[in-house]
Design a protein around this ligand. Structure first.
Ligand code: BJ8
Length: 425
């Protein structure tokens, strides 16, 4: 890929040597974790292709579209309203990263005890290895956890196009008013960026594209309720991860094609794991590409992951936006309503999340829940402790894992996961 896209990456100011190293590690990791799986659905070929071209063809396509006027907006959080970005005729891409890179440089600007997700995003910037970050016309940071909001002050020194969105921390009426005001301010900012006014028609179109993507993912999630499982948790996670990069209409078609195949598989009793394989619900911090360590450990320890209560999963994708409004104001209200339901751990109190985990565990017939939090992530770590007693009350076995992106604790994690799987199996 290097020779074909070298010129493009260079024009984005990337460090080609460092980027080659990253791609080599990524490619090897993908082969080991994904391509080694047995009996994958044919529909995963598309996602293999997307991943093989995630820094190549997709970037080329976005840059070509930009030449025709389509701006690129990068985001670090599922609170950034995709409907509004699409309504202004821009493309939205995820910027969170799931691998350690340039850590020495990162620890010169951020404390060592910052979560891996934030450090990784800085590493990709400082190491000049992320073509999404380098092509973005606007980078949206959001005031969520302390780590993110303070680190954006530092990111602002490294990039010239950071837009910071304020976000509420409670679910009060005032908090909703803040979210509404911030979405209106954001709409003005993307209108200014693109030169395209947001109209009823364009908002309806933005909502339709985004809802269709979510509906396809809801369909995939529903099919994972089958026992035996027609798809591995790793492959389903990959589809969620790809949703942050791919062209949305094409992505929706590919997920629906995958679902058609999975429906056939269920009918024909074709599965990736034998019936009665212990079923795990993963819950907690988002898992950005290529953070596949824990899911891989789980699925190579005799269990199958049946759902993700995560922003790269159901928390990010559930709930559709009501498109029935007939003016910009009511459509904007509907967008605010939809995002205000996101039960991220930065909210206090956040009982909805606990209820949702219990509901998901029942719906997906999970035998156990793994609460996954990155080291130094207070919101998810603290909630995980509270969740332990709630799950105990509900009779749902739960394992609490705190980790980061390094492979160093893999053996230790595997021992703990295997013991948990044996216990619930
Ligand atoms: S809506 S989960 S995408 S903020 S892991 S950086 S919380 S210290 S990612 Fe998130 Fe939006 Fe919430 Fe979802 Fe902080 Fe924790 Fe790090 Fe985190």
């Amino acid at each position: 890929m290097a020779s074909e896209y070298g010129g493009m990456w260079k024009s984005l100011g990337m460090d080609l040597g460092a980027h080659d190293q990253l791609l080599a590690v990524l490619g090897q990791g993908y082969t080991d974790v994904f391509l080694s799986q047995a009996n994958r659905p044919k529909g995963m070929d598309y996602f293999n292709f997307v991943m093989s071209e995630v820094h190549g063809l997709r970037i080329k396509e976005m840059l070509e579209a930009r030449e025709q006027g389509e701006k690129i907006v990068g985001s670090y959080c599922v609170f950034v309203p995709e409907e509004i970005v699409r309504a202004a005729g821009a493309t939205l891409v995820g910027l969170c990263s799931g691998a350690d890179f340039a850590m020495e440089e990162v620890e010169r600007v951020l404390p060592r005890n910052t979560c891996a997700l934030i450090k990784s995003s800085f590493g990709f910037k400082l190491g000049k290895v992320c073509p999404y970050l380098e092509s973005a016309d606007m980078i949206v940071g959001e005031n969520t956890c302390d780590g993110k909001k303070k680190s954006y002050e530092e990111l602002n020194k490294l990039v010239s196009n950071l837009y910071v969105m304020d976000l509420p921390q409670t679910k009060s009426e005032n908090a909703r008013a803040l979210l509404k005001a911030e979405f209106v301010r954001f709409a003005r900012a993307v209108e200014e960026l693109t030169g395209n006014p947001i109209t009823v028609e364009s908002l309806k179109k933005g909502i339709a594209i985004t809802n269709a993507k979510r509906q396809a993912m809801h369909r995939l999630e529903a099919l994972r309720k089958a026992d035996p499982e027609p798809i591995s948790g790793l492959d389903a996670l990959l589809a969620s991860q790809v949703s942050f990069y791919d062209a949305p209409v094409r992505f929706t078609e590919s997920v629906n094609a995958l679902c058609d195949e999975l429906e056939e598989r269920i009918k024909d009793n074709v599965a990736v794991f034998p019936e009665k394989t212990p079923r795990i619900l993963m819950s907690g911090c988002p898992m950005a590409v290529p953070n596949w360590k824990l899911p891989w450990i789980v699925e190579s320890s005799g269990a199958v992951i049946v759902g993700e209560e995560s922003c790269v999963g159901e928390r990010g994708l559930r709930n559709l936006t009501d498109d029935s409004g007939q003016d910009v104001e009511s459509l904007m209200e509907a967008i605010v309503d939809r995002y205000f339901k996101i039960d991220c751990a930065i909210f206090t109190p956040n009982e909805d999340r606990a209820d949702h985990i219990v509901q998901m565990a029942k719906d997906y017939k999970a035998d156990g829940v793994i609460q996954y939090a990155l080291n130094f992530c207070q919101p998810y770590q603290i909630e995980a402790m509270g969740l332990e007693s709630r799950m105990e009350k509900e009779g749902i076995p739960m394992l609490r894992i705190e980790t980061d992106y390094s492979p160093e604790d893999a053996e230790q994690l595997k021992t703990r996961v295997e013991a948990f799987v044996e216990m619930i199996g």
